[in-house]
Ligand binder design. Structure first.
Ligand code: G3P
Length: 215
């Protein structure tokens, strides 16, 4: 499993990646703005992290200019490209240049498979946004995963856009390669309230019996 944090909060990224085995960072232009970050700061993150930066251009030429900028800043950056008519062309061009890419804003299996056909390294289906269209987003991503396996594709899924851990758990249990989650959802992931209640009881029983909180 690979776990990515979907954020551009530089301070938080450095803090969390220091203490947990985080595989990488994803973001999109809205997140970069919300978290008051710069592309330069994102590209300066620890080299061991897989960092995914999204292009903003609307033409092939402008997307390639964006890609060149972030590749110059971080040679191992993963260039995030939306699956638009222009985006598919850019994925194909960057694939031929051996640039690692993340095809993003995917909402159905056909988009995912064509992005893989264009040479995308990774795919980012938007689980919860698919659900908002009254389509089972979790099952859609599982179908993508099975289709890629059937085609023996090397393209991997980094599922995105989650609103709860049930969605995350179901996809990971189905064998999906990676997920990217918001810091808020990651905190719910690692700080389960039922686990906390169980541990509090253990501690309370021990303290009542021995009047201290260590073995
Ligand atoms: O990277 C894409 C992801 O951030 C979208 O998530 O919650 O805005 O649907 P959300």
């Amino acid at each position: 499993m690979e776990l990515y944090l979907d954020t551009a909060n530089i301070k938080l990224i450095k803090q969390m990646c220091e203490i947990y085995p985080i595989s990488g960072i994803t973001c999109n232009p809205s997140i970069v703005i919300k978290d008051n970050a710069t592309i330069e700061e994102m590209c300066s993150l620890d080299e061991r992290l897989k960092v995914c930066i999204q292009v903003i251009g609307e033409t092939v030429e402008d997307m390639l200019v964006d890609a060149d900028k972030i590749l110059a800043l971080r040679p191992n950056v993963i260039v995030k490209v939306p699956v638009t008519p222009v985006g598919y062309q850019v994925l194909h061009i960057l694939s031929k240049k051996k640039v690692h890419t993340l095809a993003t804003a995917i909402h159905n299996v056909a988009q995912a498979l064509f992005a893989a056909q264009c040479g995308a390294t990774y795919l980012a289906p938007y689980v919860n946004r698919i659900c908002e269209n009254d389509v089972d987003g979790v099952q859609t991503v599982i179908d993508m995963h099975h289709a890629l396996l059937n085609q023996q594709s090397s393209t991997k899924i980094i599922a995105a856009s989650f609103k709860n851990l049930y969605q995350v758990s179901t996809l990971l249990a189905a064998g999906v390669d990676a997920v990217t989650v918001s810091p808020e959802l990651f905190n719910k992931w690692i700080d389960n309230q039922d686990t906390r209640l169980a541990v509090d009881k253990f501690t309370s029983d021990w303290q009542k019996a021995f009047n201290y909180k260590h073995l």
